[in-house]
Ligand binder design. Structure first.
Ligand code: B12
Ligand code: SF4
Length: 513
């Protein structure tokens, strides 16, 4: 029962959701076809239902690198195509039938991945499944695949294709993440539909993280991902090669090694582009690093605050500054013109029903330009999963609802329904006109682009499916992105002048003048 006295108890208005955002296209049974066109591989990112509370636009900001990263290792004699079901183009291609179909599997879309796998296998393709869910639940996935790729696809894919050619495909291939990351080829971005994403430049510079939070997928049993870095110059050249003004770093935590981040900023500064990245808030330990990020083109960070309660963070074993210091640290980012998208996890053991209102107030007081919420979700094979399972608190194992928008465990201080309703209420409040306006940037020149971006991102869910189907995503964002880049270059010049003046001042002081 939801406590009616809570602010989040007010029923959320039912909204119209475009059916394309909730259901994948139906696959007709069709007859078995044969063995597929030799040396033709199709790579699929399966459909997942979109959470109506959050932005639909976020799914077409930038593509996953899961498929393009290993597509780059496809032998030259093979044709390779990319198919993202979330781009709403209908049924995936089957004429000609690919000899090999590679599908990436996460737990939330595992069922759709299996449906696709069964469909292609029935027709005669060889199906290879890879990705996070294959690593955490291999036996479940094996029933739907000719072969499983456990771990790093970049090392496995060429081996798999060679074995297919030789009629010697094995049922399991495994690779670790301990190799030298600098030797990985550039992801094959040319196979992506450029008009379908805000930017096709999803970049990755590092693998792993200096933390190992108990709820994070990085703590999955059997996943060893030592911290690895690519050469900063390699990353800058990839950025240039893709010819887009804006890139999104999809690293787990770009700030894990501050010295590396500084070197990366040195390499990115001359190319005069803009980018955003996920970091943990300890990146602000050294404000000069934040200045270096701004001068290198960083316009936004996605910060995993996770919780505003120290006890929750300690339970999760996250090494992080005290939450009382978060506001000052956010200000350091804002002072350098960097927008903050705060990520919060709800439902930790010290969260009571006031967590929703307290989080919303804090986000507004600190004028976070954007916020993303997640219901705590115990991913299989993580320490959190084992804990919840041991305490008998898991409600079910329907992976499709392990999408951080549903309560899949029994929280300590509220009902699962209250957790879900509070989560929905938070998005309602933070995406409201009042809240968007309250959080506008202090610099009046930044207000118009902030409002335009906020409205497109947070209040256009009725239209996103049309932009996606008409290949207009890139075109819709383009003017705003270009405007941001030009504003940022102007802003950087001012920052650089201040920086030079500060250095000259300290030289004068050092010289004892
Ligand atoms: C980009 C991204 C997105 C994008 C695109 C997602 C998409 N599927 O199209 C957007 C922003 C839309 C998104 C949304 C969400 N995401 Co997301 N996302 C990421 C992110 C940051 C990068 C993914 C990536 O490119 N990784 C780099 C590639 C190279 O690594 P990889 O995927 O593991 O692939 C390698 C291997 O696994 C293997 N491999 C993978 N697939 C295959 C297939 C074959 C055939 C072979 C041979 C090999 C192979 O080879 C690759 C190279 O080694 C990851 C975090 C991260 N850094 O990985 C989170 C992450 C994948 N997302 C996550 C989540 C929870 C979500 C959301 C549910 C969150 C939310 N509530 O909105 C949504 C919805 C998506 C969904 N239902 O799954 C979780 C998944 C947790 C889990 N255990 O499944 C992650 C791990 C974040 C996290 N820290 O928890 N996401
Ligand atoms: S800091 Fe973020 S990426 Fe690193 S282990 Fe914790 S949750 Fe995962």
């Amino acid at each position: 029962m939801i406590d009616a006295s809570e602010p989040f108890a007010r029923p959320v208005r039912p909204r119209w959701i475009p059916p394309e955002m909730l259901h994948p296209p139906k696959l007709d049974p069709g007859p078995p076809v044969g063995t597929g066109q030799p040396r033709y591989a199709l790579l699929i990112n399966p459909f997942y239902p979109k959470d109506p509370h959050a932005s639909f636009g976020k799914h077409v900001l930038t593509p996953t690198l899961a498929l393009t990263s290993f597509a780059a290792t496809t032998p030259a004699s093979w044709r390779v195509d990319y198919w993202d079901e979330n781009l709403l183009k209908g049924r995936p291609p089957s004429d000609p039938l690919p000899q090999v179909v590679g599908i990436t599997v996460h737990l939330t879309f595992a069922n759709r991945a299996f449906e696709l796998a069964d469909w292609y296998r029935h027709r005669g393709s060889k199906v290879i499944l890879g990705g996070l869910h294959v690593l955490s639940c291999p036996d479940e996935c094996a029933q739907h695949a000719d072969a499983l790729a456990l771990g790093d696809g970049v090392q496995l894919w060429p081996r798999i294709l060679t074995d297919v050619e030789n009629g010697a495909l094995k049922s399991r291939y495994a690779a670790t993440y301990e190799n030298d990351y600098r030797e990985d080829p550039t992801p094959r971005r040319a196979i992506l539909p450029r008009s379908s994403f805000l930017t096709t430049t999803s970049l990755i510079a590092t693998r792993g993280c200096h933390n190992r939070c108990g709820f994070c997928y990085l703590a999955t049993e059997g996943l060893r991902m030592p911290y690895r870095m690519r050469d900063p110059s390699q990353v800058a050249s990839e950025f240039l090669e893709d010819r887009q003004p804006y890139a999104v770093f999809i690293d787990n935590n770009l700030g894990s090694k501050p010295d590396y981040l500084r070197a990366l900023c040195d390499a990115l500064r001359p190319i005069e582009k803009i980018w955003s990245a996920a970091v943990s808030i300890d990146v602000t330990d050294d404000p000069s690093l934040i200045r270096a990020m701004a001068l290198a083109g960083c316009t936004g960070v996605f910060v995993g605050f996770e919780s505003l309660a120290d006890q929750n963070l300690a339970d999760a074993r996250k090494k992080t500054p005290k939450t009382a210091d978060y506001a000052r640290r956010v200000q350091i980012l804002h002072d350098n013109g960097i927008q903050v998208n705060g990520s919060f996890v709800l439902g930790f053991d010290h969260d009571r029903k006031d967590v929703f209102a307290r989080t919303a107030d804090w986000v507004e007081e600190n004028r976070l330009e954007c916020a993303t919420f997640h219901i705590l979700t115990p991913y299989p094979a993580t320490p959190l999963f084992r804990q919840m399972e041991g305490e008998g608190r898991l409600l079910h194992r329907d992976w499709s609802r392990y999408d951080t928008a549903h309560a899949v465990f029994r929280p300590k201080h509220m009902e699962p329904e209250e957790l879900e309703q509070g989560y929905g209420w938070l998005y309602e409040r933070l995406f409201s006109h009042t809240s968007i306006w309250k959080r506008r940037p202090g610099d009046w020149r930044a207000v118009a682009p902030y409002l335009a971006m906020s409205y497109l991102y947070k209040r256009s869910n009725r239209f996103w499916h049309q932009l996606i189907q008409r290949h207009l995503v890139h075109a819709a964002w383009k003017p705003l992105i270009e405007l941001s880049r030009i504003r940022h270059l102007h802003y950087r010049r001012k920052l650089a002048v201040c920086e030079t003046a500060a250095v000259e001042q300290s030289n004068v002081v050092a010289a004892g003048v």
